[in-house]
Write a protein that binds this ligand. Structure first.
Ligand SMILES: *Cc1c(COP(=O)(O)O)cnc(C)c1O
Length: 224
């Protein structure tokens, strides 16, 4: 199996090939289930942004890796009793899909930290199993978030259901991008579309993703 460094190099090449060099998307390493030494290795290869899904798993890892000055993104579903710890220990939250969560994150964001960077998750395929707002709810949730001083709305996040062909992946990713463009007309300062995983990286980037969330193709298959 190739080492993490070779895998990262290969993902970076794919990103460069799929985008125009001037606007290469940010690579977020999804480190759920991965060990502290594996995250350290990815960091030594130049990665700074890491994503975690489960708070109880993430907190000890964040504490152990404090010396590296990493940027932590919460990308899992949010229970409202976990908002305080998320607001204290993360720099970004990708999975905000209701007012109550936004309010609690704002109330719990410590004053000595920058405003918490937020993305609204949209349920682009209207799947019962997935979190996220319906597209027609984006504007009202964005409006609420924009009034909280401890939050900074940065854009949208989506997890399209897997598709077999590049064309089908591209089509749904373009749909997400259209929602992003519409929101950006209202909030010109938003700059982040979190879209694309190991299996649909190229389609997402071609559609205009600015941040891809990659686990498997950096660290190998997940065993848990
Ligand atoms: C696990 C996960 C990823 C990474 O998926 P891979 O297919 O391993 O690249 C990306 N985004 C979210 C929200 C995830 O939960």
């Amino acid at each position: 199996m190739p080492r993490i460094s070779e895998k990262i190099e290969s993902v970076q090449t794919r990103l460069a090939n799929a985008s125009n060099e001037s606007e290469k998307p940010l690579l977020l390493a999804v480190s759920k289930t991965r060990s502290v030494p594996d995250i350290r290795e990815a960091s030594f290869c130049g990665l700074k942004n890491f994503g975690e899904n489960y708070l109880q798993e993430a907190l000890p890892k964040i504490a152990e890796l404090q010396d590296l000055d990493l940027i932590w993104h919460f990308i899992g579903s949010i229970q409202s009793n976990k908002t305080a710890e998320i607001a204290q220990h993360f720099d970004w939250v990708h999975t905000v899909d209701r007012e109550k969560i936004a309010r609690r994150l704002s109330e719990n964001r410590p004053e000595n930290l920058n405003p918490l960077n937020l993305l609204i998750q949209i349920n682009i395929d209207a799947e019962d199993s997935k979190s996220g707002v319906a597209p027609d709810q984006i504007a009202s949730l964005a409006e609420v978030i924009s009034h909280y001083p401890r939050l900074k709305l940065r854009g949208l996040m989506a997890i399209p259901r897997p598709r077999d062909t590049f064309d089908a992946q591209l089509k749904i990713c373009q749909k997400v991008k259209n929602h992003f463009d519409r929101l950006q007309q209202q909030y010109p300062e938003i700059d982040t579309l979190s879209l694309g995983m190991s299996a649909d990286l190229e389609a997402a980037v071609q559609a205009g993703s600015s941040l891809v969330r990659i686990g498997t193709d950096i660290f190998g298959p997940r065993l848990k």
